[in-house]
Design a binder for this molecule. Structure first.
Ligand SMILES: [Zn+2]
Ligand SMILES: [Zn+2]
Length: 443
């Protein structure tokens, strides 16, 4: 097989790998890089010639940095089979429609709702660990990746060689999901995400949950408002579950909290696809008649202006998209609430360079929002690493647990981090590569 990195190389964003195999050509993921301005940086490098020869696309999971380019691809005339899990399909419908709405506000989108509808028609569901023939002598298997509901590791083999592409994965069990499956048939090449590679950070859900509860409790007690910008899919559900538990236990005082920007819809899709969550979740629904994706303490705002949330002195918690403050209702909350020292902004995930979220994380006191408005940040800012990604130790452990790849490619991480991770993996005698954008390899 020949692989070519069309995005996600030495960066987090626009994940996309072209695989030429004995049965044709397949794209693994088809993402965009949110926050990037120029097309060259924002979109994967898919040429006209490639569009003609790509037969199929496999989507690892719903996040836009893995699926957001699909409607563009359709607008450019591509049609073909898309393979994904059912939750990925359902969540993608939500995320792509939201992406279209935001794109309409920001720029003239080259695609329409019709393209999204066609994508939905072309998707074929695959269950985890089910081996599917997708071309002459070419087989595809998806394995659980943790990370978010429906997220998959992608194994592809043709007559000569095989690869495992991880998409984004977590190697620890979360409140909702099992960890990534590493009981996988041997592969020649491993293409692994490395978001937290080389960072030295360890991600401990339990300690983070406690810290989150403590931070929220402190601000609520003095009557402030807590803004938690988050991905609407995956992390929002984890956070709501954690906060709901702490409110129920009395540790966090009872407040009327808010969920905003697609979180409610994503919650409903989680409920519908609950069989893809870890075993305990459907059991809980069955035994206790309790829906973990619904909380009496978190409701949607009642007004379009969000004045019922912002224009009063009530302490509250707001879970809202987007996670890096690149769009969504969080912009409104930033405008209204960031300059009050009583309030708190809690960043819970990776912040890509150049995003307002990253500026906040770096301690900037003036932040320019995507609508060009500048806000003074007097609210306190706290960063907690609530990541649904594998931390450095887990990345190494996972790479060693996959049966014997000859080559390991590190993608989906910044340059410095990937280089550090590379050193660690070489010590373990793995042959590693840090591909550059548009670089090609034969495996
Ligand atoms: Zn992701
Ligand atoms: Zn990603």
């Amino acid at each position: 097989m020949d692989i070519k990195f069309l995005g996600g190389a030495r960066e987090v964003g626009k994940s996309c790998v072209l695989v030429d195999h004995s049965g044709g050509s397949t794209l693994l993921d088809c993402g965009i890089k949110l926050g990037a301005k120029e097309d060259q940086d924002r979109y994967p490098h898919i040429t006209k010639e490639m569009i003609k020869r790509i037969d199929s696309v496999v989507i690892s999971h719903t996040h836009l940095d893995h699926s957001g380019y699909l409607p563009h691809l359709y607008a450019r005339g591509w049609r073909g089979k898309i393979y994904a899990t059912k939750p990925t399909r359902d969540l993608m419908q939500l995320l792509l429609s939201d992406y279209l709405r935001i794109a309409k506000e920001e720029r003239d989108p080259e695609f329409t709702q019709k393209d999204i509808n066609n994508i939905m028609k072309d998707i074929e569901y695959i269950e985890f660990r089910e081996k599917v023939k997708i071309g002459k002598g070419v087989h595809l298997t998806l394995y659980k990746a943790g990370h978010i509901l429906g997220a998959a590791l992608i194994r592809l083999e043709d007559r000569k060689s095989s690869l495992l592409y991880t998409g984004d994965f977590s190697y620890k069990e979360s409140n909702i999901l099992d960890k990534a499956d590493s009981d996988i048939e041997p592969v020649d090449a491993l293409i692994m995400e490395s978001t937290y590679g080389g960072s030295g950070k360890t991600i401990e859900l339990k300690t983070n949950s406690k810290e989150l509860a403590e931070e929220v409790r402190k601000t609520i007690k003095k009557g402030g408002k807590v803004i938690v910008p988050t991905f609407g899919v995956g992390r929002a559900q984890e956070l709501m579950l954690i906060l709901d538990n702490y409110i129920k236990s009395g540790y966090i005082p009872k407040v009327d909290g808010f969920i905003d920007g697609m979180i409610k819809k994503a919650n409903a899709i989680h409920r519908q696809n609950v069989i893809y969550a870890k075993e305990e979740i459907p059991k809980r629904i069955l035994m206790a008649q309790e829906n973990p994706f619904d909380s009496e303490y978190f409701n949607s705002p009642q007004t379009k202006s969000r004045s019922d949330v912002t224009k009063n002195d009530k302490a509250t918690i707001i879970l809202t998209t987007s996670g890096m403050i690149t769009g969504g209702p969080v912009i409104k909350y930033m405008e209204e609430l960031a300059d009050d020292p009583n309030n708190k902004i809690i960043l819970v995930g990776y912040q890509v360079e150049g995003t307002p979220g990253r500026d906040l994380m770096d301690g900037k006191k003036k932040v320019t929002l995507p609508n060009e408005k500048e806000v003074n940040v007097k609210a306190s800012v706290k960063t907690l690493h609530f990541s649904a990604h594998a931390d450095e130790k887990d990345l190494i452990k996972f790479a060693l647990n996959i049966p014997k790849p000859r080559m390991v490619f590190l993608v989906h991480g910044d340059e410095e981090g990937t280089k550090n991770l590379n050193k660690e993996l070489e010590k373990k005698e793995l042959e590693t590569y840090i591909p550059r954008l548009d670089e090609e390899f034969r495996i």
